[in-house]
Design a binder for this molecule. Structure first.
Ligand code: CDM
Ligand code: ATP
Length: 301
C-alpha cells in the first residue's frame, strides 16, 4: 500500500488494553472463569478502515452467500487468519444479521499489535468493527446492545465497546468504570504463542482468589493469577519479566505472553525500551481513561 492510499482511508482506532491485575475467583459450569480485573485502555493499537458498499455482492465475489447477501470481507486477509475466522468479519456479519442490514463493507486493517499477546488485539478489532459499522451503516444499536452482541464473540469485546478503563467482574462483562492515574507502559512480547484456552484449562491454575472490593484496589496488593503458570511453562516470559522488573514494577497481562512495566515518565520508558534485546517486540504507550475509539465516534457525530 502506498502512502497516498493510506492517507485517503478514514482510520478507526482499535486500541490495546492491559490487565493491570487479573484474579481468578472460580469457575462457572460452562468452563468459563469468574474473574476480577482492572482493564487499562492504551493510546496505542491497530487501526481499521471501512469501505461501505450499498449494493449486493458481485457474481464473482467468493463471499457471496445466498440471494443478495452483502459483501463483507477484508481488503487483504489477515495473515494466518481466514476471513471466516477473523473476529472483524465475524463482528461485521453478526451486526448485519442482528440488524437485518443490507449494506456490506470491505475492511482494511493496519495491524500493529502482536497476535495472541494478551493485549486484546482480536477483541479490540471486533469492538471497533461493531462500533464503527453501527455508525456507518446507521444500524442504531445502543452501547448496551453492541456490548451484548460483542460478548458472544469474546469475553473482552464488551470492555472495548464501552471504551473506558474499568474494573471487570464475571467473565469480564460486568464493568465498572475506574479512572486511573495515566501512567506510561513499556509493553513487551516475547516470541512465544500462548493459547488462552490452554492456560484456562490447566489443572495448575489457581482458581480461588478471594474477591476484593474495588475501592481497596492497589497494584502492589494484586497479581495476575495466570502469571506463575505461564512463567513455569515459558522460560522466555520468565526471562523478560526478570529483565523488566529490574527497571520498574512489571507484570504479565491477560494470559500472556505480553508483559508490561509501569513508568510515570515517557522518556524513561523509552530509555529502558532502547536497552531491550531485539528478540522482544515492544512499544511504549500511555494508559488512558477513555479509549481513542470513543473520541473517534464522537468526532463523527
Ligand atoms: C483472560 C483475558 O485475557 C483477560 O483480558 C480475557 O478475558 C480472555 O478474553 P478472550 O481471549 O476474548 O476470551 P474468549 O475468546 O472469550 O475465550 C477464550 C478461552 O478463554 C477461556 N476463558 C476466557 C474468559 C474467561 N472469563 N474465562 C475463561 O475460561 C475459555 O477457555 C475460552 O475458551
Ligand atoms: N482480527 C484479529 N486480530 C488478531 N487475532 C485474531 C483476529 N481474528 C481472529 N484472531 C485470532 O485470535 C487469536 C488471539 O488473538 P488476540 O490478539 O485477540 O489475542 P490476545 O491478545 O491474547 O487477546 P486477549 O487479551 O483478548 O486474550 C489469534 O491467534 C488469531 O488466530
Amino acid at each position: 500500500m502506498n502512502s497516498s492510499e493510506t492517507k485517503q482511508k478514514d482510520w478507526w482506532p482499535s486500541p490495546a488494553k492491559l490487565n493491570l491485575f487479573l484474579h481468578i475467583l472460580g469457575r462457572y459450569d460452562n468452563g468459563y472463569h469468574q474473574l476480577q480485573s482492572l482493564f487499562q485502555m492504551l493510546d496505542y493499537g491497530d487501526e481499521l478502515a471501512f469501505d461501505v458498499t450499498c449494493s449486493a455482492a458481485s457474481d464473482t465475489d467468493k463471499e457471496r452467500t445466498e440471494g443478495n447477501a452483502p459483501t463483507i470481507r477484508m481488503d487483504i486477509p489477515l495473515k494466518g487468519v481466514p476471513d471466516d475466522d477473523n473476529l472483524i468479519i465475524k463482528a461485521a456479519r453478526l451486526l448485519a444479521q442482528k440488524t437485518q442490514c443490507n449494506k456490506g463493507a470491505v475492511i482494511s486493517l493496519n495491524k500493529r499489535l502482536p497476535m495472541g499477546g494478551g493485549i486484546g488485539g482480536g477483541s479490540s478489532n471486533a469492538a471497533t468493527t461493531l462500533v464503527a459499522l453501527n455508525h456507518l451503516w446507521q444500524t442504531g444499536l445502543s452501547e448496551d446492545e453492541l456490548s451484548a452482541l460483542g460478548l458472544t464473540l469474546g469475553a473482552d469485546v464488551p470492555i472495548f465497546v464501552r471504551g473506558l478503563t474499568a474494573f471487570a467482574a464475571g467473565v469480564g462483562e460486568d464493568i465498572t468504570p475506574a479512572p486511573q492515574q495515566e501512567h506510561y507502559f513499556l509493553v513487551a512480547t516475547p516470541n512465544v504463542h500462548i493459547s488462552t484456552a490452554d492456560v484456562f484449562t490447566s489443572p495448575d491454575l489457581p482458581r480461588n482468589t478471594p474477591a476484593i472490593r474495588w475501592e481497596d484496589y492497589e497494584f502492589e496488593k494484586t497479581r495476575n493469577d495466570c502469571q506463575q503458570l505461564v512463567v513455569n511453562r515459558y522460560p522466555e516470559v520468565a526471562k523478560l519479566l526478570q529483565w523488566l522488573v529490574h527497571y520498574a514494577p512489571s507484570r504479565m497481562t491477560g494470559t500472556g505472553a505480553s508483559v508490561f512495566a509501569t513508568f510515570s515518565d515517557y522518556t524513561l520508558a523509552e530509555q529502558v525500551r532502547a536497552k531491550m534485546p531485539d528478540t522482544w517486540q515492544s512499544f511504549v504507550a500511555k494508559g488512558v481513561n477513555r479509549s481513542p475509539l470513543l473520541d473517534k465516534l464522537e468526532q463523527q457525530r
